[in-house]
Write a protein that binds this ligand. Structure first.
Ligand code: N2P
Length: 341
């Protein structure tokens, strides 16, 4: 009888362990068109951890949902400057670096940067720039910078990111004003430029700005470099130009919200992403600048020669920083001007 009870207890424990494993989940909140589904599926297949994947189109959307949603996300994917805001607001959990053995694969150029100097909260996912794409079959004049794009003759032929901080930074760069020290006076100077520019734009799209260029709806774009790289792979008529007035370079990261409920699974996912063979799959689908030095060794010569993914030289390239309350002023400015156009 005793051994029968012991057997029963063992079976119950086993059933509990199996159900606990089956119940393990990960709530991933990431940029659209950035994390390939096969990568997520591969992680689930290997670990048994079910991934619930939600996407967003801007850092502002991520930030507001994270603040409102409390503990519902286990991994988020902010850009560097938004990670900086999250660290300041204590919205991120410190990472347990002992659970991330593949961190060593990262190129030090992308780690310990201004947004997270001690590398305590964030792991670089992909990097990139924001630049101009020109359909050179349709646009015959030289396009070097923002002023060339926002020429009235291109009205209705332009697609740009639907991203207010980006748009204002193009105007500030054009006026040779700083993009990270935002004053009311400088925003007032940028305003007329932005007002003129938004009237020329046909499509605002941060998710897939390549689409309007591919289907011929637009001939010029200001887009994420990974989008430009996909266009280049489709046809060499789509040329990528780093704007002469200055360009934005971002490092998008993976981080764990302070309130996350599945922190262990989150570390497992981050380390999975850091494996070279997984990271290569990400580069193949979304050819941004891969910060993983080991993965880069496995990229094709063609992938490494893509001028949008791995631009050579170029002028002034800056990262964005946390600008505090001025972010709301920028948002208001562009939202007003867009609705007035
Ligand atoms: C992916 C957009 C990622 C770039 N669709 C944003 N920094």
């Amino acid at each position: 009888m005793k051994s029968y009870l012991r057997l029963l207890a063992a079976l119950a424990a086993l059933a509990f362990a199996v159900s606990a494993r089956a119940a393990e989940e990960l709530n991933l909140f990431g940029w659209s068109e950035y994390i390939p589904q096969p990568v997520i599926d591969g992680f689930t297949k290997e670990t048994g951890i079910k991934v619930n994947f939600e996407t967003y189109s801007s850092n502002e959307e991520l930030l507001s949902k994270l603040v409102a949603g409390g503990g519902s996300y286990d991994i988020v994917q902010p850009s560097d400057y938004t990670a900086e805001v999250m660290i300041r607001q204590k919205l991120l959990a410190p990472l347990d670096l002992s659970k991330l053995p593949h961190l060593k694969n990262l190129d030090p150029e992308f780690t310990h940067c201004g947004h997270d100097p001690e590398g305590k909260y964030t792991v670089p996912y992909m990097s990139g720039t924001v630049g101009i794409v020109v359909n050179t079959e349709r646009v015959k004049t030289p396009i070097k910078g923002y002023r060339d794009v926002f020429d009235p003759k291109f009205k209705g032929r332009i697609v740009v990111l639907n991203d207010n901080r980006e748009i204002v930074s193009w105007a500030l760069d054009t006026l040779n004003l700083p993009v990270n020290t935002i004053t009311a006076a400088n925003l007032a100077k940028a305003r007329p430029l932005v007002a003129d520019w938004v009237k020329l734009v046909k499509v605002f799209d941060s998710d897939s700005p390549k689409t309007a260029l591919l289907n011929g709806d637009c001939d010029l774009g200001i887009v994420w470099s990974g989008e430009a790289a996909i266009l280049w792979n489709q046809s060499k008529k789509f040329q990528y130009v780093i704007p002469a007035e200055g360009a934005h370079r971002f490092i998008d990261v993976l981080a764990i919200p302070a309130e996350a409920k599945n922190k262990d699974a989150a570390h497992k996912f981050i380390d999975y992403i850091l494996r070279p063979e997984v990271s290569v799959l990400i580069s193949d689908a979304f050819p941004y600048t891969n910060p993983n030095a080991e993965a880069r060794k496995h990229l094709s010569a063609e992938a490494l020669a893509n001028p949008a993914s791995y631009p050579k030289g170029g002028g002034k390239i800056e990262t964005f920083r946390d600008i505090g309350k001025a972010a709301a002023d920028i948002d208001r400015l562009v939202t007003d001007l867009k609705s007035a156009r």
